[in-house]
Design a protein around this ligand. Structure first.
Ligand SMILES: C[S@@+](CC[C@H](N)C(=O)[O-])C[C@H]1O[C@@H](n2cnc3c(N)ncnc32)[C@H](O)[C@@H]1O
Length: 402
């Protein structure tokens, strides 16, 4: 990997990156947005730490006020001029996008690049996700002995970094986990786990399958008439073994960022169709102007017409979200439906049901911001992640939090 690769596996060649960056702190110039991270120490890993730096960021000891006394501070405010300065970097991205002759390949076969990624890094992944308990207690609650029958679906499961820690500690005999990814290599890693399909303690079960979150039903709705003449044909696609309206908790962790914005609509429609009314969608992903975005250099913006979508050095795509974008996706009205299934013909397919409320009630839409500093260099770096918890609403608002 090169320092421009922005690899999901690590912030590589940080010295080279530092050398290439123009900024040092002085009275005349404010601290830079982008600088190298200090070396890693033990840490409470979160998902993006793993993807961006395998050993996680350093954890400083808090010994007084002021950001320079801590190597890392959670829940920070951004400096007043942060957006303005980040936009200057974005402008540089826009001025040197990926060359048009190779752009289409990244969009036409994205799974190929993820397959390559997993075949290169099979062993490098497995990390203990202790942060799941802190950030997503609703997911962990499904593993409690008295939780009752629960169906969890993990989309874009990768090597199983969320599903296996859950299954390992599971005490619920009635827990069913579906783990899906469009990379057959990733699904192969999940299936090769010693806990597949049932852990040795015998509680719970896992099914893994290849599935593209953006997929449309096959055959398309316009050519697939209702089979019983009453119910319309589907306009959504679901993973093998998942019935519509049956999932209690659905996790999508650093996956939506791998999609092209034109794919968001179908993806959310599919997730909505999998969940039961009141079912919970949990999302964690990259935020706009995250360090991972600002450190990207030239020739990585995939298309000047699609801001904030980049290609990493290994060919995988990455998008950086705002809260408004995520809210817009989730609070859109559902597609026109009848009897719980979407209306079959292709003209109707994209139409929204104006009589209905939003698809989801957004219970949490947070920006998790962490400041990392290099005291020696007096440098600041901001990690920005998005975290969402949203409940599926039924046609009459069923499922809303009371
Ligand atoms: C950054 S990794 C995150 C993996 C896992 N969620 C985790 O946190 O460890 C992104 C994953 O999303 C998968 N992915 C990307 N686009 C997808 C799509 N359209 N459908 C299903 N999986 C997808 C990739 O294959 C990859 O495994």
């Amino acid at each position: 990997m090169t320092e421009t690769s922005n690899s999901p596996m690590g912030l590589d060649n940080l010295d080279a990156l530092a050398a290439s960056l123009p900024v040092q702190l002085s009275a005349a110039s404010p601290p830079p947005l982008l600088q190298p991270q200090p070396e890693a120490g033990p840490s409470r890993l979160r998902a993006a730490d793993k993807w961006l730096k395998p050993h996680g960021p350093p954890v400083g000891i808090a010994f007084g006020g002021g950001c320079w006394e801590r190597k890392r501070t959670d829940h920070v405010e951004l400096p007043d001029d942060f957006s303005e300065r980040a936009e200057e970097i974005m402008e540089r991205h826009r001025s040197s996008p990926v060359s048009a002759d190779i752009r289409d390949d990244y969009n036409e076969r994205p799974a190929w690049y993820w397959n390559k990624f997993y075949s290169n890094h099979k062993e490098a992944f497995f990390k203990d996700r202790s942060w799941l308990r802190l950030e997503f207690p609703e997911l962990v609650a499904c593993t409690e002995a008295d939780a009752g029958p629960k169906v969890c679906l993990e989309v874009g499961c990768g090597a199983g970094n969320t599903v296996y820690p859950l299954l390992d500690k599971n005490e619920n005999p009635d827990l069913v986990i579906h783990a899906t990814d469009y990379s057959a290599e990733a699904v192969g890693v999940v299936k090769a786990n010693r806990m597949y399909p049932k852990p040795a303690h015998g509680k719970g079960i896992i099914h893994a399958s290849v599935w593209d979150i953006t997929s449309k039903p096959s055959p398309p709705p316009s050519s697939s008439p209702s089979t019983d003449g009453v119910h319309p044909a589907r306009t959504f696609s679901l993973p093998e073994g998942v019935e519509p309206g049956t999932v209690d908790v659905l996790t999508v962790i650093y996956v939506l960022s791998a999609l092209h914005p034109t794919e968001w609509d179908q993806a959310i429609h599919n997730l909505y169709s999998a969940l039961k009314p009141g079912g919970l969608l949990l999302i964690r992903d990259y935020g706009r102007h995250d360090l991972a975005q600002l450190r990207i250099k030239k020739d990585r913006l995939l298309d000047p017409a699609v801001p904030n979508l980049y290609i990493r050095g290994d060919g995988t795509r990455v998008y950086f979200f705002t809260k408004q974008e995520l809210r817009g996706m989730l609070e859109a009205k559902p597609r026109t439906t009848s009897g719980g299934l979407s209306v079959p013909n292709s003209e109707e397919e994209g139409r929204r049901d104006q009589d209905q409320g939003p698809m989801f009630e957004v219970n949490q839409l947070g920006e998790d911001r962490r400041l990392l500093v290099n005291r020696k260099e007096r440098l600041k770096m901001y990690r920005i992640w998005m975290q969402v918890k949203a409940r599926k609403l039924g046609p009459n608002g069923e499922g809303a939090t009371v």
